[in-house]
Design a protein around this ligand. Sequence first.
Ligand code: TMP
Length: 209
Amino acid sequence: MKKNLFIAFEGIDGSGKSTQAKMLAKRLTDEGHKVHLTFEPTDGTIGTLLRNILKGAVKADERTIAGLFLADRLDHLLNEHNGLVKMLAEGYTVITDRYYFSSYAYHGVHMDLNWVIAANEMCATILRPHINLFIDVPTSVCMERIMSNRASTERYENLENLNNVKAKYNEAFVLKAHEENITHINGNRSEHEVADDIYNMVCKLMLMP
Ligand code: TMP
């Protein structure tokens, strides 16, 4: 019997994780699975404020931003309408484009990583992903993709920051290796090659007891 999963996609800006999350959601949906595809920052009230901060339309300190991402995540998990806890209980496979490892990586650059991890502990207790899929692409390739696909860049999208963020992802993966299922995927290949690898991994996981 196949079980419904909670899957988190992770990666630096320009890694292609959003494309991969969509491709996986489509493939599973086409096969008849109930799938809820979602993302952080969310499109709720706190997530919308965060998007404005990322665009530079609203000013905020890095510590405030870290707190807002945590609040947005708790709402993402717990809101009564389509919170992830509810969706999983209803039998959906939930695919989220970013979860708490994004906070560890992006905010760990600006403040103590252990503080960011401790602040997010409640989210891990509420819902820990069955798998964290890290789409691994060289930062220089990500920057090229960002520059060729977008008219403007956002707050964290520069090469120096992306190098720092990637280093923090790796630091967090080492710190959390004992309690998190973390898989690195080589994202520097064709979309379909990457998607096939992810699909095969997820199918195996669905069949595990
Ligand atoms: P996106 O590019 O995947 O839409 O994410 C928007 C930005 O939000 C991206 O630069 C990473 C950043 N971010 C954080 O800084 N902290 C977080 O906890 C999350 C989920 C995203």
